[in-house]
Design a binder for this molecule. Structure first.
Ligand code: HEC
Length: 195
């Protein structure tokens, strides 16, 4: 093949890519991108993960249910999310007229980080073998479970967002505001144990 032929073929290919980039409508691009994220090819940003968690996890119950969840209530979110996929599978059978969106593994990884950050992460309160058993086939969740929180981009970023926190941890900063004051500094209580 002559060099000019190869060159012009390259040019045509480039043209096709450019034209496709322009004419493929944005919603389709968005769909391709969200598909790529759900499959784990592209990472969710913390706020995308936040929106995703709220959408996926309110298909059967409200956020309230998640907000009320706590260390006393049961295992950490890394073990809860696979359990919810089981509910999705069961609901599909028992409610065939309703539609449920599955939770892919990369989505589960993002969603667990969101609720860990906003409601609480009590992974260290449970035995590793118990958690891994509940995680089951979700290899990516098992991997997440073994990753320190500082190295989980979504959880780490959202854990700084006190404005988004819900559940048993929210308002903790406020509640601790008066800690460490010397007795006597305290103007609001006159009947405290220091009397
Ligand atoms: C297919 C429907 C469905 C979806 C989707 C779903 N859940 Fe649930 N969830 C349930 C059902 C049903 C229960 C009640 C189970 C029970 O009472 O034992 C429940 C209960 C819960 C509880 C309370 C458990 C307890 O012991 O109090 C939490 C927390 C929870 N879900 C979190 C989530 C999260 C996080 C997501 C998103 C990943 C989610 N759910 C998505 C069906 C669903």
């Amino acid at each position: 093949m002559k060099a000019t032929t190869i060159f012009s073929m390259g040019l045509v290919a480039l043209l096709i890519i450019v034209v496709a980039g322009v004419i493929i409508p944005n919603p389709v691009k968005g769909l391709i991108l969200s598909e790529a994220k759900a499959s784990g090819y592209v990472e969710y940003t913390p706020m995308e993960a936040y929106d995703l968690a709220k959408t996926i996890c309110t298909q059967c119950h409200s956020v309230e249910r998640i907000k009320l969840y706590c260390p006393r209530c049961g295992p950490p979110f890394v073990a809860v999310v696979p359990h919810m996929q089981t509910f999705i599978d069961n609901f599909r059978k028992s409610k065939p007229d309703m539609e449920f969106t599955n939770i892919t593994q990369p989505q589960a990884v993002a969603i667990v980080q969101v609720w860990n950050a906003l409601v609480g992460n009590w992974e260290t309160d449970f035995r590793e073998q118990d958690i891994l058993k509940l995680i089951g086939q979700y290899d990516l969740l098992a991997e997440l479970y073994k990753t320190p929180v500082e190295q989980r981009p979504i959880e780490y970023a959202l854990s700084m967002r006190d404005d988004l926190k819900i559940g048993h941890m929210s308002g903790q900063l406020d509640a601790q505001k008066d800690l460490g004051k010397k007795p006597g500094d305290n103007t609001k209580s006159t009947t405290g144990p220091n009397q």
